[in-house]
Write a protein that binds this ligand. Structure first.
Ligand code: TPP
Ligand code: MG
Length: 577
């Protein structure tokens, strides 16, 4: 997308041409820059440290929708999800010290998930800085490792420059978060300065020689396999990469929690390479003679804990395409490493002449058949069968629905049994952050009010950001929240049973009545205790027209789609642990 695609409602070009530059407060200059760069939404928890920004947002409330949240962790996750959904930096505003520390989970998520985001933090005034003044922190040190750029704006007349740089950094190369600290005295100071111009998205393009070599490698392959992943994708890029996959009849997988990069119902889709990978797919990845990793970082979750490919030299012939130059050669010395934006790469790949794919016709066909077979679920013991619930949702949800989740074993059923229908039908944290399912769903409904949004959380995950139900109620956002209640931090209990059997500790949870809690927030709320009751409860939730919550009480022994706590304990005891 060029600069022309991101111009907000204000006409920045004419403003920039305007010779008479009005004197404005720092807060107002800042908000005007957000408009110049195309921001239409921001998420916040207010603080006295940035009152002047709120004041300017009040003036600009028709241009920028401000969503006020109940905890900065929720606000930051919403901004991150906005960034994932739109490709534009998600804007989050928080106060100093306590607000900034609360928001850090969203910044870490944006970093690991390669999501464009800008976090603004009110800061103590320059007159008291470095005295450990009230709530003072040095954000450069605090966010140093988890943001692409952290800076403090000390002079109001430099705001346009800093914000312009922040937008460029957030969206260019490998997208990610930027943190800007805003001293209180700077925000109320006056300056006469021109607006910047809208930012441009800067991406590397693949070279002709790279593409030729990639095609040669494909021509020499017998068992190629594509892994799609990473950030930086959009609808057009996904369409182009699908065309490349179809032209060459390639088996295509997606990396951990990126299943929505290709419609899972597509005949070339073969499943996801992540936690709980289909064992048949894991074997296929190992047996491939050419791996084409298009976009993923090749992190721990996508590589089976760095076991699937040789480090640093993979045993398979290997192509790695990534928008961030630092990721190429970081762990894996691929034979061909291409630094390119996803749209730029996918467009070129779509235009490459087809290779003869007859050699891998059966390989592709079998890989897809393995995926389809893995969608079939055995009966799940206990009163509520999550496999049945997912099978119902697969059929019932409109094709453009958005499914969200956080972290926990409950997400295994969602990842394995839901069929994502295309770009951004999924919002899930690749950094495994609990508490993401609720706020990301709220952001999805803000961005796409016309789409159905279903949020999954475990009982543990849910209460990490359950307070944002109030936000869903306040803004009348009819999300369906599903809470899978097994009375424990199940993932950790599973590891405990494996490593320290019969020494279960700190993983049991006594929970509130989640449906009653939801009703207290003004939502429609119901408990589902039998599979057969789910469908009617789902329909009542949708018909309520309100945000709704369904609590699903499952058998705590059923710890994943493939095993039980009892079986794990038995194995551990046999192994002499
Ligand atoms: C913010 C955060 N804190 C802690 C963890 C570690 N952790 C991973 S999964 C999990 C338990 C999740 O429990 P729940 O949501 O109930 O899902 P379940 O595994 O029981 O299905 C914990 C504590 C994490 N990933 N993120
Ligand atoms: Mg649980």
């Amino acid at each position: 997308m060029g600069a022309a695609g991101i111009i907000g409602r204000l006409n920045p070009w004419s403003e920039c041409m305007n010779a008479s530059i009005k004197t404005r407060s720092g807060g107002r200059i800042l908000v005007d820059q957000l408009r110049v760069h195309g921001a239409d939404t921001a998420f916040c928890v207010p603080g006295e440290s940035y009152l002047d920004v709120l004041n300017a947002l009040h003036d600009c409330r028709d241009d920028i929708r401000l969503i006020v949240c109940r905890q900065e962790g929720g606000a930051a996750f919403m901004a991150e999800a906005y960034g994932k959904l739109t490709g534009k930096p998600g804007i989050c505003l928080v106060t100093r010290g306590p607000g900034a520390t609360n928001s850090s989970i969203g910044v870490h998520t944006a970093f690991q998930d390669s999501t464009p985001m800008i976090l603004f933090i009110g800061q103590v005034g320059g007159d008291v800085v470095e005295r450990e003044a009230f709530q003072e922190l040095d954000y450069r040190r605090m966010f140093g490792q988890m943001a692409k750029w952290v800076a403090q704006i000390d002079r109001a007349e430099r705001i346009p420059e800093f914000i312009s740089h922040a937008f460029h950094v957030a969206v260019s190369g490998r997208p990610g978060p930027v943190v800007l600290s805003l001293p209180e005295d700077m925000l109320v100071s006056q300056a006469a300065v021109a607006n910047a111009q809208p930012h441009a998205r800067i991406k590397a393009h693949p070279g002709a020689a790279d593409l030729e070599k990639m095609r040669d490698m494909l021509e020499q392959a017998s068992r190629p396999l594509v892994i799609l992943g990473g950030g930086d994708w959009g609808t057009a890029a996904c369409d182009d990469i699908r065309a490349f996959i179809e032209t060459n009849n390639l088996p295509a997988t997606c990396s951990f929690r990126r299943q929505d990069l290709l419609d899972n119902r597509h005949p070339n889709y073969c499943g996801d390479v992540g936690i709980g990978i289909n064992p048949k797919l894991a074997e296929r990845v190992r047996n491939a003679d050419l791996v084409m990793a298009i976009g993923p970082r090749l992190g721990e979750m996508t590589t089976g804990g760095y076991t699937m490919f040789g480090v640093p030299v993979p045993q398979q012939r290997f192509v790695h395409v990534h928008p961030g130059v630092d990721e190429l050669g970081r762990v894996y010395r691929a034979e061909l490493m291409i630094n390119a934006g996803m749209a730029e790469f996918a467009h070129q790949a779509a235009n490459l002449p087809a290779v003869d794919s007859s050699r891998w016709r059966d390989w592709t066909h079998e890989a897809h058949a393995d995926y389809v077979a893995n969608l079939r679920h055995g009966p799940m013991p206990g009163p509520v069968d999550l496999g049945d619930v997912m099978a119902f949702l697969r059929k019932r949800l409109p094709g453009n629905s958005i499914i969200t989740n956080g972290a926990g074993n409950y997400s295994g059923w969602v990842q394995r049994f839901y069929q994502y229908t295309g770009f951004r039908s999924q919002l899930a944290p690749t950094n495994g952050a609990m508490g993401y399912g609720v706020p990301s769903a709220i952001a999805a409904k803000v961005v796409h009010p016309e789409r159905m949004v279903v949020s999954f959380s475990g009982d543990g995950c849910f209460l990490m950001n359950g307070q944002e139900l109030a936000t869903a109620a306040q803004y009348k956002l009819p999300v369906l929240f599903i809470v899978v209640n097994n009375g424990m931090y199940g993932t950790i209990r599973m590891h405990q049973e494996r490593e320290y059997p019969a020494r279960v500790y700190a993983t049991a949870l006594d929970n509130p009545d989640f449906a009653a809690l939801a009703r207290a927030y003004g939502l429609h709320g119901e408990i589902v205790e039998k599979t057969a009751d789910f469908e009617a409860a789902f329909e009542r939730s949708v018909a309520s027209g309100k945000p709704a919550l369904l609590e699903l009480r499952i058998d705590p022994n059923v710890i994943s789609t493939r095993t039980s706590l009892a079986a794990i304990r038995e194995q551990a005891v046999k192994a002499g642990r």
